[in-house]
Design a protein around this ligand. Structure first.
Ligand code: KG4
Ligand code: ZN
Length: 322
């Protein structure tokens, strides 16, 4: 079974063809990130305009050499994400489904992030504890099966990626700030007397909160010019909260496996600390599948029990778990 996946929830325009939920036949990601860099964040109208421009070429590229008969369904991100961006992907999927007479599999972008390892030879052993850490979301979810998800905790304010991005911006680094902070942090040597708060770390809740950390960082950055130390300490604080909350959820749920997904999962310090704490229990995608792509959409779709007609799907920017 081959599925064509389409992803346009943020600034990427991506398509992929994945066979049987595990074999990547083709994948392309086209990003407008460079255009947004100078604005310090995503400009939604610009992202959507670029997606309208890139969508058809990206699909043509992944479909090159594949005949329509081979495609069993079209998977598309229905949410969460930017409404204009989601609209481009969903309308494209609807048009193709109508013209090609194929079903559509609507996919939740956040859940899809957790499916990246399946496209790289990993198999889930349920129950799986998922940590989703992206630009707009920080969530802990328990997956009892491919169709049974339970939200255990989420951010009460900023997401982990958002905290990286906003703190980077406050010290003059371009968007996206996560990789910039990670790079600066890697250059820090020695010790600093600085220690940022670890919000909600000791608390019983499995929720996250990163806005207090962001404010503490901004206050410190006004008087401290050592950007490497600031970046290092910020990364340590975010990573520590993520690992501790995941550990608490792991103990509470008795999950057999931990899967980390979303853009922040590309962070090498996060990977290092998870490896130390959980050894082989925690699985990360390779960095190219950590950030937004359509491989995860087509992979997730294979395991979904939803199939709809082109008439029955519309973008849902605030989509929660489904
Ligand atoms: O999942 P993603 O590509 O897009 C969304 O769905 O939001 O995540 C983007 C987020 C951004 O906040 C970006 O700064 C962060 O992932 N990110 C990183 C790294 N690479 C991307 N954060 C920390 N370290 C990284 N290496
Ligand atoms: Zn994402």
């Amino acid at each position: 079974m081959k599925i064509l996946g389409i992803e346009t929830s943020c600034d990427e325009t991506a398509a992929a063809v994945v066979q049987d939920g595990k074999k990547v036949i083709a994948s392309t990601v086209s990003s407008s990130e460079a255009i947004h860099k100078k604005y310090g964040g995503i400009v939604p109208e610009v992202a959507a305009r670029k997606q309208a421009e890139y969508m058809i070429p990206v699909i043509s590229e992944v479909m090159d050499g594949i005949s329509l008969i081979e495609i069993d369904a079209i998977a598309v991100t229905e949410g969460p994400g930017l409404v204009g961006s989601l609209l481009i992907g969903v309308e494209t999927a609807k048009s193709l489904a109508y013209a090609w007479n194929k079903p559509i599999i609507p996919v939740n972008h956040l859940i899809a992030h957790l499916y990246a390892p399946l496209a790289e030879g990993v198999e889930f052993e349920f129950p799986v504890l998922g940590l989703i850490v992206s630009g707009g979301h920080s969530e802990l979810v328990l997956m009892n099966s491919h169709t049974d998800f339970k939200l255990l905790g989420e951010t009460r304010d900023d997401a982990a990626g958002e905290c990286f991005d906003k703190c980077a911006r406050s010290i003059g680094l371009p968007y996206p700030g996560g990789p910039e902070i990670a790079e600066l942090a890697g250059k820090f040597e020695g010790r600093s007397n600085l220690k940022f708060p670890r919000p909600l770390k000791e608390n019983d809740t499995l929720d996250f909160s990163f806005s207090g950390l962001k404010s503490a960082f901004a206050r410190e950055a006004k008087k401290n010019t050592n950007k490497k130390a600031l970046a290092y300490e910020l990364q340590e604080a975010i990573v520590e909260v993520l690992v501790e909350k995941t550990d608490a959820a792991f103990v509470k749920t008795g999950a057999k496996m931990i899967v980390v997904g979303g853009g922040v999962s590309a962070n090498s310090r996060l990977r290092e600390v998870f490896d130390e704490k959980f050894e082989k229990i925690a699985v990360f995608p390779s960095p190219s599948l950590s950030t937004d792509n359509a491989v995860v959409i087509a992979t997730r779709a294979h395991y979904s029990d939803r199939k709809v007609s082109w008439r029955d799907i519309s973008p849902n920017p605030a989509l929660s778990f489904s």
